[in-house]
Design a protein around this ligand. Structure first.
Ligand code: SAM
Length: 215
């Protein structure tokens, strides 16, 4: 994602610690205290500018949403969007998802969303793909036994790679759509990338997968 230079991003993060949690490891196994309820927790990895998570929080007020975004300048845009939406059921984390196990306890999360993740098409970058098996291992750890991993992308290569990666890991595919928008799913909240790519006529792929029961 192209990042605008925002020299005030550090200041913004410091002033908005109620929204962008500065030291998320402090809340491992305590996220319910942050939200002040016991509602299920859904996590989006690579939140970008926050349109999806803000829309989901509005549509599902009984779910707590946490967006993890690596890029500081991008998470500032997400925070601005979340502030505008005025929903109490969202928090953001400015971290690399590689550190997921520092942020969440085993079985703490109900659903993980990967939306339009960077495809990293070169073989030598395979480890960076968010559906590489080392990431799946982290997701398996923090997801509840019946927890779901939901992937949306316009990138056929990443989609095919991810289906194989899920299958090799022993995951079960519960839903595979090769043309999400043809389903006219009223619950589908579009991300910024999804709007951009579908406006160009590109197909959107989605799949939902679950891990095998034993950890
Ligand atoms: N999900 C948004 C959407 O669909 O509009 C943004 C998609 S953008 C292509 C991918 C985003 O994932 C970028 O903002 C990038 O900084 C973030 N990202 C990539 N790898 C990440 C990681 N390991 N941990 C957290 N965020 C990551």
């Amino acid at each position: 994602m192209r990042q605008r230079h925002k020299p005030w991003a550090d200041e913004f993060l410091q002033e908005n610690t109620h929204l962008i949690i500065p030291d998320p490891s402090n809340y491992k196994n305590k996220w319910h205290e942050v939200f002040e309820n016991n509602n299920p927790i859904h996590v989006e990895i690579g939140t970008g500018k926050g349109q999806f998570i803000a829309g989901m929080a509005k549509q599902f007020p009984s779910i707590n949403f946490i967006g993890i975004e690596l890029a500081k300048s991008v998470i500032v845009s997400a925070a601005e969007k979340v502030q505008e939406s005025e929903h109490a059921n969202i928090r953001l984390i400015n971290e690399n998802a590689e550190n997921l196990l520092d942020m969440f306890m085993t079985d703490e999360i109900s659903t993980i969303y990967l939306n339009f993740s960077d495809p990293w098409p070169k073989n030598r970058h395979e480890k960076r793909r968010l559906t590489f098996h080392s990431f799946l291992k982290r997701y398996e750890n923090v997801l509840k036994p019946d927890g779901e991993l939901i992937l949306k992308t316009d990138n056929r290569g990443l989609f095919e790679y991810s289906l194989v990666s899920f299958s090799n890991y022993g995951m079960t595919l519960q839903e595979v759509s090769l043309d999400l928008h043809a389903l006219n799913d009223p619950e589908n909240i579009m991300t910024e990338y999804e709007e951009k790519f579908s406006a160009k006529g590109q197909q959107i792929y989605r799949c939902k997968a679950v891990f095998p029961n034993q950890k």
